[in-house]
Design a protein around this ligand. Structure first.
Ligand code: HEC
Length: 147
């Protein structure tokens, strides 16, 4: 009994310290982008954020975690959930990406694909991700067509 309690305490403490370390890393990245970003300014500054390595790294991590299953790790729309109709957007298609401004990508992620006149197959992520995280993903998606 005593030992399990002690073990739990240690487990909890180490879990907390991981959170603290993760939190610090995030803070550092935020200060790197200088001023805090509002939701409306977020899409505009996505291009600027693309120049910040932290934004791309974080965007890549979030993309792999939330989006890769459908959009594919490389962004070509061939995730593990194949057979989706319509097929997930292909972010490696240069011509298609040219038709897709940052603010539309931002809105599609934040409010779901239905919000930009598409099907409802892409869920809204605005409740799970904050606008800065969405902006990081937009910046990362922009790199997938090799531009
Ligand atoms: C359950 C599968 C699924 C997941 C998970 C998913 N998507 Fe999608 N997404 C789709 C499908 C399917 C479409 C195509 C919708 C259409 O064309 O009607 C799409 C379309 C899009 C579009 C394009 C909208 C347009 O104008 O063509 C963007 C941008 C997008 N997704 C971003 C994301 C991002 C970023 C994530 C992760 C945070 C994500 N999606 C997660 C399935 C998914």
């Amino acid at each position: 009994m005593q030992t399990t309690l002690k073990f739990r305490k240690i487990a909890l403490l180490s879990a907390l310290s991981v959170l603290v370390i993760a939190g610090c890393g995030k803070q550092q990245g935020k200060s790197g982008t200088k001023k805090p970003l509002s939701a409306t300014a977020a899409a505009d500054s996505a291009a600027a954020a693309a120049k910040v390595p932290y934004a791309l790294k974080e965007g890549k991590r979030l993309y792999s975690h939330y989006c890769g299953v459908c959009h594919g790790e490389t962004g070509d729309g061939s995730g593990q959930y194949y057979g989706l109709t319509p097929t997930p957007a292909n972010f490696t298609d240069k011509a298609f990406m040219k038709t897709l401004p940052d603010d539309v990508i931002f809105k599609a992620i934040n409010e779901g694909s239905a919000s930009v006149g598409k099907s409802n197959m892409c869920p809204p992520w605005g409740k799970s991700l904050n606008s800065e995280e969405v902006e990081f993903i937009v910046a990362y998606i922009r790199t997938l067509a090799g531009s």
